[in-house]
Design a protein around this ligand. Structure first.
Ligand code: SF4
Length: 247
């Protein structure tokens, strides 16, 4: 049997750093966590945003500290038109100047999804080409990145830490502990523009063919990949970790 590969020194260092940051700051307020992260990783940090149901909260916190922070948006080619329009309007509202629109490789789509219908038969491969590989490419220049993930969103996120190692890099989830009440209060207090799909019951918003309104009484991500046993696309899972580690 082959021996399991040993983590590289940079990966061990990132794991130790994430554990240390979590112990020291993991219970901090989201605004303080965003500020601390931008200062600590200055020049080497980005944010990743889907411009979805409550993305405005994290983006507003970032804009109050650094409007030029790189903001990565994965343009899968399958988004709702409303989300693309919302992305541009919200970025303008907040004065964000670092928007980076990252697309799948044409060669990858030509090989795996030439007719654009792969999501129907093989969403894992579709997400790998349209989200996971572009995400790994997008974060490769950075030492750390911010996400808007929350623990309440699904069972798979219940134990989400604020700081976590992804290969040799650090992923930061400053809103991990917030629930719908805190998010709604922040949106109201700062008069933030909302993705128009929220009014139609979409509580978690991804690609059009794979997103429905959340089901009554179920978690926010219940409308993602309806009818399939998956709630994550892979950009937050081990597939990305392997790609980032080898980048
Ligand atoms: S969410 Fe659906 S359409 Fe979007 S990349 Fe994944 S499988 Fe493809």
């Amino acid at each position: 049997m082959l021996a399991k590969p040993r983590p590289l020194d940079a990966e061990i260092e990132a794991q130790e750093e994430a554990v240390d940051l979590e112990a020291r700051f993991g219970r901090g307020a989201p605004e303080a966590l965003v500020e601390l992260s931008i200062r600590r990783f200055a020049g080497g940090i980005a944010a990743v945003s889907s411009f979805g149901a409550d993305s405005a909260v994290l983006l507003d916190m970032i804009a109050r500290i650094d409007r030029s922070l790189p903001i990565v948006f994965l343009e899968t080619g399958k988004h709702f038109g409303e989300t693309l329009d919302y992305r541009d309007r919200l970025a303008e509202d907040l004065g964000l100047t670092g928007l980076r629109i990252v697309r799948p490789l044409e060669s990858a789509l030509a090989g795996t999804d030439p007719d654009g219908l792969l999501h129907r038969s093989d969403p894992d491969t579709c997400c790998a080409a349209r989200k996971v590989e572009p995400m790994a490419r997008a974060v490769e220049p950075f030492r750390a990145w911010l996400t808007g993930r929350k623990r309440f969103q699904s069972d798979t996120r219940r134990a989400l830490p604020v700081f976590e190692a992804v290969g040799p890099r650090i992923r930061i989830n400053p809103l991990a502990a917030w629930g719908t009440a805190e998010l709604a209060a922040y949106m109201r207090a700062h008069d933030l523009r909302e993705n128009p799909l929220v009014a139609y019951g979409y509580l978690s918003i991804g690609c059009l063919p794979c997103t429905e309104p959340a089901k009554p009484g179920e978690d926010a991500r219940s409308g993602r990949w309806p009818g399939r046993a998956r709630t994550e696309c892979g950009i937050h899972l081990a597939g990305l970790e392997r790609m980032v580690a080898s980048a």
